[in-house]
Structure formats: C-alpha cells, structure tokens
Ligand binder design. Structure first.
Ligand SMILES: [Zn+2]
Ligand SMILES: [Zn+2]
Length: 423
C-alpha cells in the first residue's frame, strides 16, 4: 500500500487564539473553514507544502473533538495518510488483524472518503486513512471536437446513490473495490449533460436542477456547489443560447434541470428559447407513473413543458438536428434512448443510463434500478461491439471522474481508455 502524509489534525479549544499563533506568529495562510456536519466539527486547513495542518474545533458539546478536549486538553489529535483506494486499504489491514474504528469508509471533508484505525493498533496515535477526492478537473467544462461539431461536457454537480442499486446483482465486495461507498452505502455519481454545437445549440439532459428540498438533499447527498449554471457560464453560454433540449429519459437526475421555480413559486422551462424533445413512450410513462418507478419521476420537471407549449414528442429513432440522432435502448426504462452523434466520419455517443459510469462496462454490471435489465444487457452488448468497431467517443453521464473515453480491447479484455477534453 502506498500512503502519503496528507495532514496533521490538531484539536483546538479557542480558534481565535490558535489562529494568533498559526496565522499571525507563524505567518501561514489559513484556507476557509469547512463544517463536517456528521462529526459536528469545523475544520480550518493550513497548507504547509505537500501536506497541511488541520485545526479542529467542536461545534457541539457532544462532538468527538469537544469530548477529546474535555478529556485530554487541546493538542495533537490525529494524522491522516492518503491512500489510492480506501476500500482496498481497509481490506488489507483487516486481513492482517489491524483493528479499525471504521470498517467502512465514510464521507470526510471536500468529498473525500475517510476511515480511522484504532489507536491500539497504531501505537497510540489516531490514524485516519483518506481517499483523495475526485480530480480537480472532474466538474470542469471539457471541450471535444467531432468533425464540424463541438461537444461540451458540463457538470451539474454530484449525488450519492445506493451502491447496491447502482450495480444490481454484483456483490458489494466486487463493486466497493471500484467505487467505495460511504457510511450510508452511497457512492458518488456526477451528472454530466452534454452540449452539442452545430447548426444549432443543443443540450442533452440537464442534471438535477435546484427545485428539491432538504430531505431530498440529505437522502441523495446532493452536492451542487458547482452546477450547470456555472458550467454554462464557463462554456460562454447562457440559458437563452440553447435551441434544443433533448431528453435521454425523464428521471429526476436527467430532467430536473429542465425547469426552474421562479420567485412567484411557478415552475417554468429553464431554457426560454428552447424546444424540448422527449420520446413519446417515455413521456407517457412519466405522465402515468406506477409504484415501481414513481420515485424517479417528479412531475414538476416535465409537465410544465407541455403547459408552456415547448414540448416536442418523437415517436421513433430519428435525426434531431444534423449529426445528432436518437436510438431507443429500452432496459433502464422501456423508452430510454441514447444519443448518437456523427460528423466528419467520426462518431460519439451519449449513452445516459445504458452505461452510467465506466464501471458499468462489464456485461453483468447492470443497475438494479433498471426496469428491464435483460434488455439493458442486450443493448449494451450491441453498443459496445459497435463502439469498438467505429472508435466511438463515449460520454458517461454519471461517472464521478471520467466524462468520456473509448472502449478498447486490451489482450481480450475490454477496458475504457479515458479521454480528457480541452479545459
Ligand atoms: Zn435513469
Ligand atoms: Zn441516471
């Protein structure tokens, strides 16, 4: 295992007094404070070269930090070692009989995952393991050129969905090695709509949007500190620039951003000039949900489109604008569709929930959410063959770190070769 010193945690009773030493006397820079709500702790990071100091104050009397200070006074609290794969690290340590405080990773500051080792195993020091958060570019706009078209991958932030539901019949010991879960079994997923600029400007899916309440945010660990609005601005676009909004399907993590609630409380289309293109079968299913899919369809995301007269329903596979066509995959929902993009002899595909992350490449890795998993499997097998043959640039809508890549055959084994766009 490779472990790098990430930071040293210091429990402080009086932050102002501590800052007088670390900031004023030592002359170090203090980064903004971050609250870790689950631990009732506020952390102040002080960069010191490759690693940093972390001043910790309890925000409640029952916070572990407050209790620590009550018992032992302020002082050195823990050291943190950064590892590449925290689930693997925990497994290795447990195998050797090392006693863990956390035998499952849990969310730490700045989207990291952490786990503490028991001080009885570390010769008296509290050691925290940390898996580095996502690469800094993971929520940045990435630009790709495909013939005459420009493809711009944008990010609407991150959510935490149940890892078991994301990987269906695949047992946790297998998927947790690829994507570690937090203490509530959730894995981090991105929402990455795609902008296609050609004769017109099209937005494919629109992420989660911001109409959801506190309970929803808690269940799904919503993190939209950087969202579609930031991404559009970074891409030099405004909502008025979007001519067409195209839906892969109408689940809330894809269609949530189609509408906004205005100040009067009315929900209206977010993109004022756009026509919204939805497959008719998907529209019918969303308008008449059944118990099995009701939680995924939130009417405020799409019914206002019909009221506003901006809805365009399409019945079958067809071209939506030059170079962009839709193809029904079924599987995830009966009328789920992927988007195939072609220009100058090159191809790209926005596969939406057919293959939500790069981890979903193997045949059996199909989501438990899918209504018709065997159809997903068949559509995925067919697509993977086609994508390898045509060297298709594949966009992964939910992958936390990788926006796009190629599917390659490496010595008889299929693998994704990630491709970063221009920033
Ligand atoms: Zn979906
Ligand atoms: Zn989805």
């Amino acid at each position: 295992m490779k472990a790098v010193l990430d930071h040293v945690g210091i429990a402080v009773k009086d932050v102002a007094a501590a800052l007088a030493f670390y900031r004023d006397a030592l002359g170090l820079e203090i980064e903004g404070a971050e609250d870790v709500a689950s631990q009732r702790v506020r952390a102040h990071f002080i960069p010191t070269g490759e690693s940093s100091l972390e001043l910790l104050e309890g925000t409640a009397a029952d916070s572990p930090i407050s209790k620590y200070i009550d018992k032992r006074g302020p002082g050195l609290h823990h050291i943190t070692l950064r590892v590449e794969n925290i689930a693997q690290a925990i497994a290795q340590l447990t195998e050797r009989g090392v006693k863990m405080i956390d035998d499952q990773p849990r969310p730490g500051a700045e989207r990291s995952l952490v786990a503490f080792i028991h001080p009885s195993a570390t010769h008296g020091v509290l050691v925290e393991l940390k898996q580095a958060p996502l690469p800094a570019t993971s929520d940045r706009v990435q630009r790709f050129t495909l013939g005459d078209l420009e493809l711009i991958s944008v990010c609407d932030g991150f959510i935490g969905l149940d890892g078991g539901a994301m990987f269906g019949v695949v047992p946790k010991p297998l998927w947790a090695k690829v994507t570690p879960a937090d203490d509530r079994n959730r894995i981090t997923l991105a929402m990455r709509p795609l902008i296609v600029r050609g004769v017109r400007t099209m937005l494919i899916d629109a992420g989660l949007g911001d109409k959801d309440g506190a309970k929803f945010h808690d269940i799904y660990r919503v993190d939209r500190r950087r969202n579609l609005d930031h991404a559009l601005a970074e891409a030099g676009l405004s909502p008025e620039d979007i001519d067409i909004v195209l839906a892969s399907h109408l689940h809330f993590d894809h269609a949530g951003g189609f509408t906004v609630r205005d100040r009067s409380g009315r929900v209206r289309p977010k993109f004022p000039r756009a026509q919204y293109v939805v497959r008719r079968g998907e529209w019918e299913d969303a308008a008449h949900p059944i118990d099995r899919n009701r939680a995924s369809y939130l009417p405020d995301n799409y019914l206002p489109l019909a009221d506003a007269g901006v809805l365009q329903l399409v019945d079958e596979d067809q071209t939506i604008m030059p170079g962009v066509r839709v193809r029904r995959t079924g599987g995830h929902t009966l009328h789920h569709q992927m988007i195939l993009i072609e220009s100058g002899g090159k191809t790209a595909a926005f596969v939406a929930d057919l293959m939500p992350t790069t981890a979903h490449l193997p045949d059996a890795w199909v989501m438990g959410f899918d209504l018709y998993p065997l159809d997903t499997l068949a559509a995925k097998q067919q697509f993977v063959e086609e994508a390898m043959e045509k060297e298709t640039l594949v966009f992964f809508e939910h992958d936390p770190a990788i926006a796009a890549g190629y599917i390659r055959d490496k010595n008889g084994k299929r693998a994704i070769e990630p491709t970063a766009g221009r920033l």
